[in-house]
Design a protein around this ligand. Structure first.
Ligand SMILES: [Zn+2]
Length: 76
């Protein structure tokens, strides 16, 4: 019997992984968690035609600033 090869793989449906547990995350992880939590709940962020979201932009810039600061502090 010949095996069918045109079947799509089974759909994987998993809930999004969202970092949580404030107090146990590093400042960088917390900043990213803040961004992801906003972006997954915000109607404007979820609407691809909704235009730029100011809040998401601020949270992303905060995450980048903490990342840049963390990198500068790393021993070389
Ligand atoms: Zn948003």
């Amino acid at each position: 019997m010949e095996e069918r090869r045109d079947e799509p793989p089974p759909a994987v449906t998993r809930p999004p992984v969202i970092a949580s547990g404030a107090g146990t995350l590093s400042p960088l992880q917390q900043a990213y968690s803040n961004y992801v939590r906003h972006a997954t709940a915000c109607d404007r962020c979820r609407d691809l035609d909704g235009g730029a979201c100011e809040t998401a932009g601020e949270l992303w810039r905060a995450y980048q600033a903490i990342g840049d600061d963390t990198y500068r502090r790393m021993p070389r």
